[in-house]
Design a protein. Structure first.
Length: 720
């Protein structure tokens, strides 16, 4: 079990969560409360207790996070945690389906397709079903995949989803359902699975194949799930089925940070976990290691108004008395000017630009700010962009490598054939149909009678696969052969900008060289695609970060500006009191909890309407309902020429310098057990215990027992 040294590295709630190893445990981890540390130490604790690493399953939402957790756990116990199964739901599903998928009718050689591939299949099917002819507003391939995927992730019939969320497309319901049916058949016939299939088939495996469910539940006797508030209904059911033999499940998450319903995440998974697993032990992590108390005071206020929640109150020992600031600008241009002025002042005070972030609800909300930053030559990066393997030129190369794994992958055949000069969609489909029906697709390819105008390019493709199938099977060498064939094709297809795209191909060679087998590379590039150099986040210290709030979740900065907090924009004008309204509230909470030291909330008082007229707007109702004492107001007239650091304008609009005095530190002897004290956040309480050199246990009237350090806690003695 954890020794004294480890216990000293965890706070009381973290230690309780780490050592609660048997039965269901729900850890409500407030923002910045050390949830990752808790999971890391729990893995280490289980192994140190004698639990076999192979019996531990750690499910996360990114491969990077699971790898980091297991690496850190290994350092704690001075042992490798490579035998622990850690990864995303999708990667674990991939592993298990390759092992057990035959019992569902799938071979182990299936290919995983990404969103772009799925849209490509829909386009093919629209043509074959005669749905692509000019028709009044027939849904795009993207909209169709959104509907099909949404129905899966939200566990709803497609027809109901269309009626509720795409009512303007109801007239196409029958055609969309037909496309859905053919899409599923196409994938099965060609050995393909999309992301949704991985989860659906993992669940099917455990529901329909009793032996597989028993094997999985017996093997993984200790299951941990990170970011449980982001799970969908299928993922929650997978966790329940995987734990049916033991119920040793710890899920960690924060209901207040559930902001991904558009992806199918179900807020109520975390709320009903105690019902799903009777006897659940609920542990709350409330000590924050990121932000100052004034910032936490405001974030606590934001979420306290939530209709449904696990009540928690974040607190911190971090010193800092600077309140968050609220600024109502004349319009978006003035709002941008205010942000830039503050950014420049923060930089003058020694803050690097990459420690400052500007967050917004929707990407277009930063448009005016981007123009202003560009005009003033301030470097910035806007978070987002394609993953490396989502770009068209990378998909071309991957299509070659995918066919070596799965020769009946018609989507990849179609893509490669269309890359041949003078080959059009009809010819590509004819060739694909011929080779896919053959026992040996590669032999059928070489035997196909090529047309005179495209024979040269076709023969090069035939020779490429002959070389690949007889070459050294190391992924790096196969990639070199594919790229040698692809280079002239690449320069022809992307004549306008191929030099700019070239470095992606160089990056691909570096990435694939680290793999021992091609199947693992193909799986990883689909399940957890690497960032492209063109969109990867910069490490430049002199680059300001602009980001949507959704992209900023899990990150933190010294200074954060949350812009566009106007009524009708935040929450979105389409949100009405109910589930969507509450998720918008949580979105603001996530934004505000990204700040360590400085937090600015801004909004324009005028916005351009669709008819290009300015209209007056108020502040977001989420801001309007906050307690005025939790923030300082900067008046527009003061903001235009105001110097940050002297003071924020008070509610009256006047400014005053903040005078910092070096307070005399309280001594432990100044307090006595039974004495009454007052804390600026926790209120009044009774001293229960003194722990040398400078700690007190205080039972607060409203917040219960807290351990406070006199160097951080601003306690005053209540006389009488």
């Amino acid at each position: 079990m954890l020794n004294g040294t480890y216990k000293e590295e965890l706070n009381e709630a973290q230690y309780e969560a780490v050592t609660a190893t048997e039965g269901p445990v729900l850890v409500i981890a407030g923002a910045g409360s050390g949830k990752t540390r808790t999971l890391v130490y729990r893995v280490a604790h289980l192994i140190q207790k004698g639990v076999e690493p192979e019996s531990i399953l750690l499910l996360t939402f990114t491969r990077k996070s699971s790898q980091e957790m297991l690496w850190r756990a290994g350092r704690i116990i001075s042992d490798s945690c490579t035998r622990v199964t850690g990864g995303t739901f999708h990667s674990v599903a991939n592993m298990l389906l390759r092992r057990y998928g035959g019992q569902l009718g799938f071979g182990s050689g299936f290919t995983i397709i990404d969103r772009g591939d799925a849209e490509g299949i829909v386009n093919l099917l629209k043509s074959s079903l005669d749905l692509s002819a000019p028709r009044k507003q027939f849904p795009s391939k993207r909209a169709i995949i959104n509907m099909i995927s949404g129905a899966v992730n939200k566990a709803r019939p497609l027809e109901d989803l269309i009626f509720d969320e795409y009512s303007h497309l109801v007239e196409f319901t029958d055609d969309i359902q037909l496309l859905q049916k053919h899409y599923q058949s196409f994938k099965f016939d060609h050995g393909l699975m999309d992301y949704d299939d991985l989860l659906v088939n993992w669940k099917r495996l455990m529901v329909e194949v009793i032996e597989a469910r028993q094997d999985i539940s017996t093997r993984y006797r200790y299951i941990m799930v990170d970011e449980y508030q982001d799970t969908n209904l299928i993922q929650a059911e997978i966790v329940r089925l995987a734990a049916y033999r033991h119920d040793n499940v710890m899920v960690v998450g924060d209901d207040s940070q559930s902001i991904y319903s558009f992806r199918g995440a179900d807020f109520y998974n975390i709320m009903r976990f105690p019902e799903t697993f009777p006897g659940t032990r609920v542990i709350k992590l409330e000590e924050n290691y990121r932000s100052t108390q004034p910032i936490l005071g405001l974030t606590n206020d934001i979420i306290s108004k939530a209709a449904e929640k696990y009540t928690k109150t974040l607190y911190t020992k971090i010193q800092g008395d600077l309140k968050p600031a609220l600024y109502g600008a004349r319009d978006e241009r003035a709002e941008a000017a205010f942000v830039i002025k503050r950014v420049e002042q923060l930089r003058a005070e020694g803050l690097q630009l990459n420690e400052i972030a500007v967050l917004f609800r929707s990407g277009f909300h930063s448009f005016k700010l981007e123009l202003e930053l560009t005009s003033r030559s301030i470097q910035f990066e806007k978070r987002g962009g394609l993953k490396l393997t989502e770009s068209a030129h990378m998909k071309d190369v991957l299509a070659v490598l995918r066919l070596l794994i799965n020769p009946i992958d018609n989507l990849s055949w179609n893509r490669l054939l269309l890359s041949i000069d003078k080959v059009g969609p009809k010819t590509a489909q004819k060739i694909t149909a011929t080779i896919s029906a053959a026992d040996d697709p590669f032999l059928a390819l070489s035997s196909f009678p090529a047309g005179r105008t495209w024979k040269r390019g076709f023969d090069k493709l035939v020779r490429l696969f002959h070389e690949l199938r007889n070459a050294d099977p190391r992924p790096g060498l196969l990639c070199e052969l594919a790229l040698k064939w692809y280079q002239p094709v690449f320069e022809r297809l992307y004549a306008d900008d191929y030099p700019k795209r070239q470095k992606d191909l160089e990056q691909l060679k570096t990435i694939i060289a680290s793999y021992d087998d091609l199947q693992s590379f193909i799986d990883d590039t689909t399940l957890d695609p690497p960032e492209s150099d063109l969109s990867a986040y910069s490490n430049d210290l002199d680059t300001l970060v602009l980001s949507t709030i959704h992209s900023a979740k899990g990150l933190e900065w010294d200074a954060v500006f949350v812009i566009g907090l106007a009524d009708g924009r935040f929450p979105h004008s389409s949100a009405f009191p109910g589930e969507q309204w509450e998720e918008e509230r949580r979105l603001l909470y996530v934004a505000a909890t990204r700040a360590r030291k400085h937090l600015f909330l801004t909004y324009p008082r005028e916005l351009m309407s669709p008819d290009r007229r300015f209209k007056r707007v108020g502040m977001s109702p989420f801001v309007a309902e906050l307690e005025p004492g939790g923030y300082e107001v900067i008046r527009p007239e003061a903001g235009d020429g105001h110097v940050y650091g002297a003071a924020y304008g008070g509610a009256s609009g006047r400014t005053r310098p903040i005078l910092k005095k070096k307070d005399k530190k309280a001594a432990l002897d100044d307090f006595s057990p039974g004495g009454r004290v007052k804390h600026p956040f926790f209120g009044t309480g009774t001293v229960k215990k003194k722990t040398p050199p400078r700690s007190l246990d205080v039972a607060f009237d409203r917040h219960g027992m807290k351990t406070l350090h006199l160097d951080y806690a601003k306690l005053t003695i209540v006389e009488g």
